[in-house]
Design a protein around this ligand. Sequence first.
Ligand code: C5P
Length: 234
Amino acid sequence: MGKDVIVACDFASKEDVFAFLDRFEGRGRKPFVKIGMELYYAEGPSIVHEIKARGHKIFLDLKLHDIPNTVMKTMKVLSNLGVDMTNVHAAGTRAMMEAAIKGLTREDGSRPMLIAVTQLTSTSGEALKNELLITEDMEKTVMHYAQNTKTAGLDGVVCSPLEAERVHSCCGSEFITVTPGVRFADGDKGDQVRVMTPAQAKEIGSDYIVVGRPITAAEDPVAAYERCVREFID
Ligand code: C5P
């Protein structure tokens, strides 16, 4: 399993994402691209085919959460789209996650990587307790959901870089951690609160970092991407 920098292409339209990706044409390494709900729902499956045709790997971040049968059938569709990584909510239960793997697995036994969201980082400890009625604290809940994810046979979880070490110690070093919330040491934090630099994320053992605005909003996105690669991988 290789370490990589995943660029969050949080653009509203095909035109915007292609204007961004055009800058990487003929400039070496093609970034692993994250397509989120906004772009996918705006443009449909063709956006996946078109970005793939340009030679990028794709993480389709749709965070499925439904009954196992529906998730299984939907994953079959996503698998046929040829994405490289996709995800579900661990809150959908182990049965749902097992169904997701079944749906994703192609006839030849291959399948995209599948990871789970444990608790969204936007959920506060207070909301966990008072709205979701989960009485264990956030950290225990996140680690328990990560263990459920591993038991169901998934490849890893999305988590804060600050949780990556703990996830590895409770689920094993082979269990993938995909971590957003990455900023350059001299960069703007934006609305992210708990951040790490690519070099720190490497140090604590993140497997994939997800980087959006530090690359997409940079004056020279290719240089910003290459800086991430240098700090995180090289
Ligand atoms: O622009 P920025 O680097 O903050 O983008 C981070 C990406 O990671 C966004 O697509 C955001 O939705 C996603 N993400 C996150 N925090 C999470 C889960 C996903 O920032 N806990």
